[in-house]
Design a protein around this ligand. Structure first.
Ligand code: UDP
Length: 322
């Protein structure tokens, strides 16, 4: 019998790529999503796949998905624009949704993996960030709806491990990019790609000296699978440690696209982390995992996707009635 895996947020950016990877490894997959930020187009290609099932449902209520051996809990709005628009839903899915996903794992004696986040470190005072760092999070700021939901998710996951012996894993996912990101989700790479492809100014917030470390989606998924296969219950950072200023990132996007776009500076959002870079010593030691794709190669690999996404968006806005 094939192992069967539940993927919450299965129609999302990471969830749909994880579903592809699990199917390729011989799993049966049941993806659930309420399509708040996920999209059917991300899983359209799996419609005729016999080992794939999709259930549109809200995991903030208790739900049934049949017997499973694995639970991958990825459901959540994940871009700052999305989670600030959907603040309450983000808090709910990180609390009620996480509880219900853990209950499914407990009931089925299934292995459980939580997709947590580098946002647990907030605006970090320790650099690069190791898993042992407790973070610098504003519990009442605009980002708190996401940061605290994920921190609560981690606490609940550890509690189910400690009190109910559920076989849990916690991945701290750092900035990840690639095909299937929504061009309008507000994150930096889709924004810059869209702007560069249209020849518009790239909107760098603040002076652009803040840093991020970008991981290509296939590397991230590979890390999640390695972590799921390990025996580690404490959090593990999964990201690419090559760190870039946002200004440098903008210039690389302009170059990869071959665009004439200029850079325009705008207001830095409140509590925007000044620096972020994963220390991946633990992932490397425990999982033998290392990301392989550098930023320029990754940007080139997703250029066609963004070009298509931007042109179909332009076409549909031209079709829209005035
Ligand atoms: N950013 C930017 N211009 C944009 C979008 C984002 O300068 O059009 C900056 C943002 O202020 C942050 C970084 O890029 O410093 C990464 O933002 P993103 O929304 O991708 O995710 P975050 O890492 O903040 O969760």
């Amino acid at each position: 019998m094939r192992p069967r895996a539940l993927v919450t947020g299965g129609a999302g950016f990471l969830g749909s790529h994880l579903a592809d990877a699990l199917l390729a490894e011989g799993y049966a997959v049941v993806a659930v999503d309420n399509l708040l930020t996920g999209r059917m187009s991300n899983i359209e290609h799996l419609r005729r796949e016999g080992n794939f099932e999709f259930l549109q449902l809200d995991i903030n209520r208790q739900f049934e998905c049949g017997e499973v051996n694995y639970v991958f809990h990825l459901a959540s709005p994940a871009s700052p624009v999305d989670y600030m628009v959907h603040g309450i839903e983000t808090l709910k899915v990180g609390s009620l949704g996480t509880l219900h996903a853990l209950e499914i794992a407990q009931k089925n004696h299934a292995r459980y993996l939580l997709a947590s986040t580098s946002e647990c470190y907030g605006d970090p005072l320790e650099h690069p960030q190791k898993e042992t760092y407790w973070g610098n999070v504003n519990s009442i700021g605009p980002r708190s709806v996401y940061d605290e939901a994920k921190r609560f998710s981690e606490a609940l996951t550890m509690a189910f491990h400690r009190y109910h012996a559920v076989d849990t894993r916690i991945a701290r996912v750092f900035n990840t990019y690639g095909p299937r990101m929504q061009v309008n989700d507000g994150r930096v790479i889709p924004n810059f790609m869209k702007q560069a492809l249209r020849g518009e100014d790239l909107t760098v917030y603040g002076d652009g000296t803040q840093t991020r470390s970008f991981c290509y989606v296939s590397d991230e998924i590979d890390g999640l699978l390695h972590l799921a296969a390990s025996n580690e219950h404490f959090p593990v950072n999964l990201g690419n440690p090559s760190e870039f200023t946002i200004l440098d990132c903008a210039q690389r996007v302009i170059q990869v696209v071959g665009s004439q776009s200029q850079i325009r500076f705008g207001k830095l959002p409140q509590d925007d982390p000044k620096q972020r870079r994963p220390d991946i010593t633990k992932a490397n030691r425990l999982l033998g995992w290392n990301p392989k794709i550098d930023l320029d190669s990754g940007l080139r690999m997703c250029l066609d996707y963004f070009r298509d996404a931007v042109s179909s968006e332009t076409a549909s806005s031209l079709r829209a009635p005035l």
